[in-house]
Design a binder for this molecule. Sequence first.
Ligand code: OVV
Length: 400
Amino acid sequence: MTMHADASIPSIDIDVFGDDFLAAPYSRHDLLRGAGPLFWLSKYGVYGMARHQEISATLKDWQTFISSRGVGLSDFSREKPWRPPSLLLETDPPVHDRTRGIMKDIVSLSALQELRPVWQAEADALIDRVVGAGPLDAVAELAQAFPLRVFPQIIGLPDEGRDNLLAYAMATFNAFGPRNEIFLVSEAKAASAAQWVAQACERRNLKPDGWGMKVYAAADAGRCTEEEAARLVRSFLSAGVDTTVNGIGNMIHAFACNPAQWERLRERPALLKRVFDEALRWDSTVQTFFRTTSRDVEVAGSTVPEGSKILLFLAAANRDPRKWPDPEKFDIERVASGHMGFGFGIHQCLGQMVARLEAEVILAAMLPKVREIRFAGDPVRLLNNTLHSLEALPVEFIAA
Ligand code: OVV
């Protein structure tokens, strides 16, 4: 299966879910973008796109490039999904609009405004602990510590066992790729975590007043069933932790790699609101998602048959020189709007304002106190089929 039947479509035989690629995706994206607007990934028998313009157009056309057959390699119309499909991520309208409406009302602007001072105080306390404390692992001490402190609390999860969230999310994001060693190892590690998550999503285990219980209030109001409510709470837990953990970790890593940008931010704190989006453009937590074609469709002059999987390299679009001047530069003065780090279209990240709030309060806490973010060792990668993830980030936060 190395040639594509349509000779006008370039065929690429590298393993985009192999260790080499996942460990250093950015050095290989140029090859994907350069192949053309559409290419064939022979190892998996799927199409791929890596340029901003085509990915944007694909995500916009949700009727043709659907999500309900899964946004991973597996086609739900042919294979049993790894877990019951997400009612947000792995659905199309009209179901998607109804479920998204429920979640959108919960993750509201007013809810976030109330949270800001509370989370700012948490961030201030956490940053006080890490500044001037010598070399430490910014993944464990900051990138994981902060979301795990504030997010389960707002959902209203049980106090015990919250560390299961990371193992569960790792396996969930690996499951969007092939059944490779990376997936199998994380799946084995997540077996008990999946059980914990399933129980944590039940009404009787959620605390009153949290976002989890608010989903059940929507069920009581007739907007969804009790079973759907449990699965929507699961979406909070699947999408809300590892994404922000790695988003924060990658952002700290970006500054450690680019000390002049940290200095610039300290000179112009008004740039703070832009930083997280540029960090996601430069290094996207979610690197890829698939869509499935609902009909034969013409793409860049070639016909893609119904039922085809297309792998969208969001992180490659975020460094596409056709879209961004000097794309390899992490530049906090850049206007990064239009980046694909939160996706695009009807499925664009529902929790993006929560993620931004987490990043903003951490940066706001750091700005006056941290003069420099200095490497104290080499970063260690954690390979994942979907996420660009750090296992460890040894740094020293030098006090101002
Ligand atoms: C965006 C995202 C990632 C993973 C899982 C889900 C969503 C979900 O809805 O379960």
